[in-house]
Design a protein around this ligand. Sequence first.
Ligand SMILES: Cc1cc2nc3c(=O)[nH]c(=O)nc-3n(C[C@H](O)[C@H](O)[C@H](O)COP(=O)(O)OP(=O)(O)OC[C@H]3O[C@@H](n4cnc5c(N)ncnc54)[C@H](O)[C@@H]3O)c2cc1C
Ligand SMILES: NC(=O)c1ccc[n+]([C@@H]2O[C@H](COP(=O)([O-])OP(=O)(O)OC[C@H]3O[C@@H](n4cnc5c(N)ncnc54)[C@H](OP(=O)(O)O)[C@@H]3O)[C@@H](O)[C@H]2O)c1
Ligand SMILES: *[C@@H]1O[C@H](CO)[C@@H](O)[C@H](O)[C@H]1NC(C)=O
Ligand SMILES: *[C@@H]1O[C@H](CO)[C@@H](O)[C@H](O)[C@H]1NC(C)=O
Ligand SMILES: *[C@@H]1O[C@H](CO)[C@@H](O)[C@H](O)[C@H]1NC(C)=O
Ligand SMILES: *[C@@H]1O[C@H](CO)[C@@H](O)[C@H](O)[C@H]1NC(C)=O
Length: 697
Amino acid sequence: MKLAIVFLCTLGIATAYPSFQFERDSMYYWSCSTQLFHSVAYCDGDYNFTCACTNPNALATMAGCLAYGHKNTSSNLAQWESNCLLNGEVTFEEGWFDVAYNYYLENAVNISQIPDFNASEKIDYPIIYDPRDIDLWRYAYYQYLGNYDNALYYGSGALAYWLMIMLFGAINAWSRVMFPGLIKKLNWGPINWWREYISMPATFRKKKAQEQKILKIFDVLIPTRYETIVIFLFYGYILAVHCVKMHYVKEVSLFSSKYEFQLRNVADRTGIVATVIMPLVFLFSGRNNFLQWLTGWHFSTFMTYHRHIARVMFWLVVIHAVTFTVEYKTIYAEEVSEPFLYWGIIATVAAGVMLIQAMLFLRRRWYEIFLLLHIVLAAFYIAGTWIHVIDYGYGPFCYATIAPWCFDRAVRLARLAFFGFPKAKVTLMANEVIKVVIPKPSYWKPIPGGHAFIHFLKPTYFWQSHPFTYVDSSDKSSIILFCKVKGGITHSLYKLLVKSPDQTTTIRVGVEGPYGESSSGRYSDTAVFIASGNGIPGIYSELIDIAKHLSTETKQTLKLIWIIRNYNSLEWFAEELEALRGTPVETTIYVTRAETIINDDEDVVEKDDSLSKLKTEKEEENHGSIKSRFDHIDFRQGRPSIEEIIADKTQASHGSIAFVTCGHPAMVDEVRYFTCKNINNPEKKRVDFFEQVQVWA
Ligand SMILES: Cc1cc2nc3c(=O)[nH]c(=O)nc-3n(C[C@H](O)[C@H](O)[C@H](O)COP(=O)(O)OP(=O)(O)OC[C@H]3O[C@@H](n4cnc5c(N)ncnc54)[C@H](O)[C@@H]3O)c2cc1C
Ligand SMILES: NC(=O)c1ccc[n+]([C@@H]2O[C@H](COP(=O)([O-])OP(=O)(O)OC[C@H]3O[C@@H](n4cnc5c(N)ncnc54)[C@H](OP(=O)(O)O)[C@@H]3O)[C@@H](O)[C@H]2O)c1
Ligand SMILES: *[C@@H]1O[C@H](CO)[C@@H](O)[C@H](O)[C@H]1NC(C)=O
Ligand SMILES: *[C@@H]1O[C@H](CO)[C@@H](O)[C@H](O)[C@H]1NC(C)=O
Ligand SMILES: *[C@@H]1O[C@H](CO)[C@@H](O)[C@H](O)[C@H]1NC(C)=O
Ligand SMILES: *[C@@H]1O[C@H](CO)[C@@H](O)[C@H](O)[C@H]1NC(C)=O
C-alpha cells in the first residue's frame, strides 16, 4: 500500500516535468525576431508581422540570423510560423526556410559596409548582422527567457533540498530500526558534538514544546536547533537563487532600462519558484503523507516545515505581484479585468489572510475556526493560482498540489469507514478526565504510541476531529482514550456527562487512525519513559508493548516515571497501572501536589487551617491504602528534578539509554535539555531522546 503511494507520487512528478514546455527551445527565434524589428526597417508600423512574414528581405534577414550558430531548429522555426499566423495571419509554404536562406546567401549586405546607415529608413535588401550583435541579443534573451527555465530549476532545487533533508531523516530513522547495535556504538567525538549541539537541543535553551511568549498575541513555536538550521538554509537557498543570473545586457534595447529588466526578471522568477514549491506546502500539511512513514518525522515536524515553506511561498508571491504591478502600471487598470489577473490577486490575498489567521494565538484559542478558514482559503489559493498560471503551462504544479490533497481526504474517509462507527462508552472520571472506551474491529491494529483522530458524532460537533493517544484494552477488544477536559469539545462532553447518570453515556464515534509511530526507545539497553498528567496513554501503550515482547533472558531495563498532581489521577488509570504488576517495568509515580487541596477551578489552595488538617489526615489514610494497592509501584511526593532523574538513570544504566517523554510541554522540554547535557558522559553510553508529544496548535 505505502509503496504503491510512493510509486504513484513519483510517477506524478516524473510525468509533470517532461510535459512542460521549456522556453529555451524557442529562445533564438525571439532573439532574432526582436533584433529584426529593432535594428532595420522593412515595414510600416511597429512589430508589423503581416509585413515581416511576407517581405522576402525581412524573411531572409531572419533566416540568416537563425542560421548563425545553427539555431534554425524546428522548434525555433515552429515558433516563427505560429507567431506569423497569430499576429500577421500569414501561413508559410513547405520549404520556406530554405528559400529565404538561399535568398539571404545571395543578396545579404554587411551593415558596417554601408556608410551612414540609418536604421529608421526603409531598406529593400537582407542584412548580415554582426555576429557580436547576434550574440548580445541572444545573451539578453538568455537572461530574460532563459530565466523561465532557470526559475524552474531553482524551484526544483528547492524540492531537491527538501528531498535531501528527508533522505537524511529517513537514514536517521531507518538506521535506528535496522542497525540498532551500530547506533549504540555511535557515541564518539564529532557525532556526540553533532547530537549535543545540533540535532537534539531546542534552538534556544529549553523552548520547543512550550511556546515562546511574545506580547501574548505574537506567541510562536520554535523548532529544534536542527530544524531551525534546515529552515534557515532553505531561506538562504531561496535568497541566493533570486540574486544570481540577473545580468542586464545594456548594449541591446530589449528592456528600456536595467531597472525594468530586473523588475521583470524578479517578477518572473519569484512567480515560478512559488508555483514549483506549492505542492510541497500542501503535501506537508496532510495527515496521510507517505513521507511521514519514510522519514519517521512527526506530523508536527511536517507542520513546522509546512509553515515556513508557506511563508516563503507567500512572500515570493507578494514580490511577484508588486514587481509586475510596478513594471506594467500603465496597463494595469485594463488588465485587471482579465480572469488570470484578478484570480492571481484573489490567491495572493487569500494567502496573506492565511498567514495572519494561522497565528499561534488564534490557532490555540479557536482551533476549529482556524482550521475551517484555513481550508477554505487554501481552496481559494489553489483555484486562483490555477487560473492564473494554467495558460502559461504551469498546470502540472497545480495538479501535483491538488492530487495529494484529495488523496489525503479520500484516505481519511476510507480510514473512518474501515474502523466503522461504533458506540463508545464515555465516562467522566476524577480530575476532569474523560475516559472513552471504543470497541474496535479485530482487523484494526493499533500502533503502540500512536494516536487517532476522533469524531464524536453529535449534531453540534460531529465534524470536529481531535487527536488522542490510546491504550489497548486488556482483552484487545477496544481502545481507551483518556481526554483531559479543556475548553472546546472536551468541555461539551464534560457538560453532557455531568448531567448523565453515573456520569456515563454512550456516544457513536468515528475513529481515524492509527497515525504516528513508536519511538526507537525500544532498542536501548535502558528505556526510561517519562509522562506527566494526560501524557500517559501513549507512553504506556508503547511501554507495555515492549514489555510484552521482552524475552526472558533480556538485560533490557524498562522504567516508567509518571508525574501527576494528586492521587486522584490513579483512579482513572488504575486498571492500566494494575496491569503493570508482574511485568519487568519499574514504575515510579511522583505526586506533585498531594499535600494541597485542589478546588473545582483547579486553583491550588495551601492547607492552613484545622479543617484542611483533618482532611489531610484522611487523605494520608487514603494514600496509605493506595500505596498498598499498588505495591509494585514506587510513590514519591513532590515535584521531581528532571535534571537528577536523567543524570541518575544515565549513570545507572548498564549500556545505552533512551528517554521517551510525553506530557506537559515544560516537562518535555526539560527532559530534552538534560538528556542533551548527558550525551557526553564518562562511561560513553549512548543517550537518546524521543519526544512523543506533538504540538502544532
Ligand atoms: C498527537 C496528539 C495526541 C494527544 N493525545 C492526548 C491524550 O491522550 N489525552 C489528552 O487529554 N489530550 C491529548 N492531546 C491533546 C488533545 O488533542 C486536545 O487537548 C484536544 O484536542 C482539545 O480539544 P478541545 O476542543 O476541548 O480543546 P480547546 O479548548 O478548543 O483547545 C485546547 C488546546 O488543544 C489544542 N487543540 C484543539 N483542537 C485540536 C486539534 N483538532 N488538533 C490539535 N490540537 C488541538 C490547541 O492547542 C488548543 O489550544 C493530544 C494531542 C495530540 C496532538
Ligand atoms: N501532543 C501529544 O502528543 C499529547 C499526547 C497526550 C497528551 N497530550 C497533552 O499533554 C498534556 C499533559 O499534561 P497535563 O496538562 O495533563 O499535565 P498536568 O496535569 O499539567 O500535570 C503536569 C504534571 O507535571 C508536572 N510538571 C510540570 N512541569 C514540570 C517540570 N518542568 N518538571 C517536573 N515536573 C513538571 C506538574 O507538577 P506541578 O504540579 O509541580 O506543576 C504536574 O504534576 C495535556 O494537555 C494533554 O492534552 C498531548
Ligand atoms: C503592415 O504592413 C503592410 C504591408 O505589408 C501594410 O499594408 C500595413 O499597413 C502595415 N500595418 C501597419 C499597422 O502599419
Ligand atoms: C538549418 O539550416 C541549414 C543550412 O544552414 C540546413 O541545412 C538545415 O536543414 C536547416 N535546419 C532546419 C531544421 O531547417
Ligand atoms: C562586415 O564588415 C566589417 C567591416 O568591413 C567586417 O569587419 C566584418 O567582419 C564583416 N562582417 C561579416 C559578417 O562579414
Ligand atoms: C534617419 O531617417 C529618418 C527618417 O527618414 C530621419 O528623420 C532621420 O533624421 C535620419 N537620421 C539620421 C541620423 O540621418
